[in-house]
Design a binder for this molecule. Structure first.
Ligand SMILES: NC(=O)c1ccc[n+]([C@@H]2O[C@H](COP(=O)([O-])OP(=O)(O)OC[C@H]3O[C@@H](n4cnc5c(N)ncnc54)[C@H](O)[C@@H]3O)[C@@H](O)[C@H]2O)c1
Length: 476
């Protein structure tokens, strides 16, 4: 297709529907036959340019906590594809239900009126020219980065790509992953070359599930690109939807590093206060009282102790430590913080059992209620929840434990955590009650009703400051 200019290509694209877009400048109709089109498409087009902002047709790959709000926001600016390889996920969204709880039913049905097409069919992706990857980046059993979902998504995108396309990674990765790991897969799958035939960018996501205040639009977004022009385009793309504005990082690696240290810093700060909580427990000092006193200094950071879990704070530091080791540095502080935070559930369980024994309770016959299972408050996400460390340790003590969580999906709790949630815990039944997650629903019950789950002399262990100090026996 030599000599075909980028603007011709775009002027020849008819955007009647995002998915049904017909792109004649590619020398063929691509609707429903992307794979066939791929085989006949020239790999390199002389003089190919980046698309103009107004010609971008984004596809968001991975419609989870990060991808769905992004796809909806972009759908508000023009034709957008939302792609997820999970047929179930696409099905529930088409049915108007978002089980992540990030998008309400009315908002989702309103969004469906936008030019936003949801699909689980990879062949539909050829109609896009800008691919934004928001797929999971977990760790494996040995706490090493597992890039397989991201590289799998790169393969799917590579097969759909055409000369002149832009690929933006949003998933959290280590510095270098976009250019060293993703680009080779994109090049191999597409037959195209970076910065000649296509461009990449990295723009980390800062979403905070369950947080109604810090949303996609009102949090500054870091952007970057593989060339200054690509960085401009990535930045302009996000400026359309981010009212708080953007921060253009000088390189993709800087943007990648910025994201991974945000969560590493948080993990370490929590590890420090968790360690302080352990020390103050031995010194018989109330940690919250100490933190409140110290917090009167202008530069004392207001972190609180707790169980650390989830797929960001408990995972992202390992992406950084992996890269550090590759670069010849054995990280000490970061991994020490991780170890301490990972052990907090075990420590809390032991603390409870010691307190029960010290007060003469019959531990072997005791019934315990744990309030909260999700990895954080007001969110149904159970991935890597820190509460599991607590539950496993309580199980090791052979304690009889019930778990109640109005936010968690009972089926997911069973399949992901092996926990059968108790929908309506009986009042006055339990010998100890542990407040593990500070859901608003628990706060709404109020201290008296929370306490009332226990027997009149029950031991109350408040890990999250849900109760006034005088109403709990133990606090973290
Ligand atoms: N959730 C957060 O709080 C948060 C915040 C900032 C950054 N992040 C990062 O954003 C990324 C996505 O996180 P998330 O919480 O949205 O994940 P998620 O699990 O909620 O959603 C990911 C979606 O991607 C789909 N998917 C997986 N592999 C795919 C593939 N190859 N092609 C297409 N779809 C695929 C899954 O079916 C799922 O629906 C991760 O790197 C995460 O670390 C998450």
């Amino acid at each position: 297709m030599p000599g075909v200019s980028r603007s011709f290509r775009h002027s020849a694209c008819s955007p009647e529907s995002t998915v049904g877009m017909v792109c004649r400048s590619r020398g063929m109709e691509i609707v429903g036959q992307a794979r066939i089109a791929k085989l006949t498409m020239p790999k390199h087009v002389e003089g190919i340019d980046l698309p103009r902002l107004e010609d971008l047709r984004p596809a968001v790959i991975g419609l989870g906590y990060v991808g769905l709000p992004l796809a909806i926001a972009l759908g508000g600016t023009g034709p957008t594809i939302g792609f997820d390889l999970s047929t179930d996920r696409v099905g529930e969204l088409r049915a108007g239900r978002d089980t992540t709880g990030e998008i309400s039913e009315p908002r989702l049905s309103e969004a469906r009126k936008q030019p936003l097409r949801l699909t689980d069919r990879p062949e539909k992706l050829a109609a896009a020219n800008c691919y934004i990857l928001t797929v999971p980046t977990p760790i494996d059993a040995h706490k090493r980065p597992d890039l397989s979902p991201l590289l799998g998504a790169c393969r799917v995108v590579g097969e759909a790509m055409s000369p002149g396309d832009l690929v933006v990674i949003e998933s959290t990765v280590y510095p270098g992953a976009t250019e060293e790991d993703c680009v080779p897969v994109l090049e191999h799958a597409s037959g195209l070359r970076l910065n000649r035939d296509f461009w990449v960018g990295y723009s980390p996501e800062r979403t905070n599930p369950g947080d109604r205040e810090h949303r996609l639009q009102n949090v500054v977004k870091v952007t970057s690109g593989s060339t200054p022009e690509a960085a401009d385009l990535v930045d302009a793309l996000y400026r359309q939807i981010i009212t708080a504005g953007t921060h253009r990082a000088p390189s993709i690696r800087v943007a990648e590093a910025a994201k991974v240290i945000e969560n590493t810093q948080r993990d370490l700060n929590i590890a420090l206060v968790n360690e302080l909580a352990i020390i103050f427990d031995r010194l018989e000092l109330d940690t919250e009282a100490v933190l409140q006193a110290a917090g009167t200094k202008w530069n004392f950071l207001p972190f609180r102790p707790g169980l650390v879990g989830g797929h960001c704070i408990g995972v992202d530091p390992y992406y950084l430590t992996h890269k550090a080791r590759e670069a010849g540095h054995e990280p000490e502080v970061i991994l020490a913080g991780r170890r301490l935070n990972d052990r907090m559930g075990t420590w809390c369980a032991a603390r409870l059992v010691k307190a029960m024994l010290a007060s003469g309770r019959d531990v072997a016959a005791a019934r315990i209620l744990v309030l909260g299972l999700t990895f954080k408050e007001n969110c149904p996400d159970l991935r890597n929840t820190g509460v599991m460390g607590l539950l496993e340790e309580l199980k090791d003590y052979c304690l009889d434990v019930d778990v109640h969580d109005p936010q968690a999906d009972p089926r997911a709790a069973q399949t992901e955590c092996g926990v059968d949630l108790v929908a309506h815990p009986a009042t006055g039944l339990y010998d100890a009650v542990i407040m593990a997650v500070a859901h608003d629903a628990f706060r709404a019950l109020g201290p008296d009703r929370l306490r009332a789950f226990g027997k009149p002399d029950a031991l109350i262990y408040d890990l999250k400051g849900l109760l006034p100090p005088e109403m709990s026996d133990l606090r973290l």
